[in-house]
Structures are given as C-alpha cells and as structure tokens.
Design a protein around this ligand. Structure first.
Ligand SMILES: [Cu+2]
Length: 144
C-alpha cells in the first residue's frame, strides 16, 4: 500500500491537471480577450478623442480579430455602430445565420451602422474575412 500511494497520487494529479486544463485555457483566452478589448478602447480614444461609451449609440469595436464587446444587449430597433480601430486589417459585420448580407469591408477607422431589426433573442454574427480561421464572432442579444 505504501508503495502504491505515490503512484496513485501521481495518477490523481495527472487526472486533475487534465480536468483543469480546458478550464484554465478558457480563463486565459478570456483574460486575453479583456486585454485586447482594453487596447481597443485605448485605440478608440486615440482616434476619436473620446470613450466609446460616451457615444450616443452602442459601439462595437473591431480590433485584432475580436469584436469588443464580444456580447452586446440592445432594445429592438436600436442602431449599433461597428468601428474598425485596427491599424491595418479590414473587417466586416455579417449576421449570416439570420440570412443578412455581409456589410462592406471596413478599413481602419471606418464604421458601419445598422438598425437592428432582428427578432428578440441571441444572434451570433461574424466577421466575413476572419470568422473561420480567427474565430472572429460576436453576439448580439435583442431584448423582447
Ligand atoms: Cu475581421
């Protein structure tokens, strides 16, 4: 029994590490997202001289293959503005699952506005050039 214990402890530790890995990876990517979105906010201020939260309408920034914020909740009919605050990369907004056409490709500092005419509930949208390889996707929750 005494001889077995270290083996069991090792196996236990290994199993625990295995179980924790996905949770840690998830946490890391969430921390990474927060960091990227904080940078996006700084870029926005540099480019437009104010905070995105100070605008009259909800703003979603597009930066380093992320939508910031990644999830946004709005009332039906609200107009949302997506702004590319990247330095070189162009992005788009595409409610593909809702049968919408992809927006034009937005170059850095460009924006697109959309009046949200989607049904209440959660809608995933994509960046046309980056959703597949880079996982650039956002969520929009339309309130009832
Ligand atoms: Cu993109």
């Amino acid at each position: 029994m005494r001889k077995l214990t270290p083996g069991i402890a090792f196996a236990g530790a290994l199993a625990l590490a295995f179980l924790l890995t996905p949770a840690l990876a998830q946490k890391d990517s969430e921390a990474e997202r927060e960091k990227i979105c904080a940078e996006a906010g700084e870029r926005y201020k540099e480019l437009f001289g104010k905070e995105a939260s100070g605008e009259a309408m909800p703003i979603v920034m597009m930066y380093r293959y992320h939508f910031c914020p990644g999830g946004l909740t709005v009332k039906p009919g609200v107009t949302v503005r997506w702004v590319n605050v990247d330095k070189r990369t162009s992005h788009s907004v595409w409610f593909r699952a809702d049968g919408k056409e992809e927006s034009v490709r937005l170059f850095p500092e460009e924006h697109v506005e959309m009046a949200i005419d989607l049904a209440p509930g959660e809608h995933e949208y994509l960046c046309g050039p980056h959703w597949e390889k880079e996982g650039m996707r956002g969520r929009l929750e339309v309130q009832p």
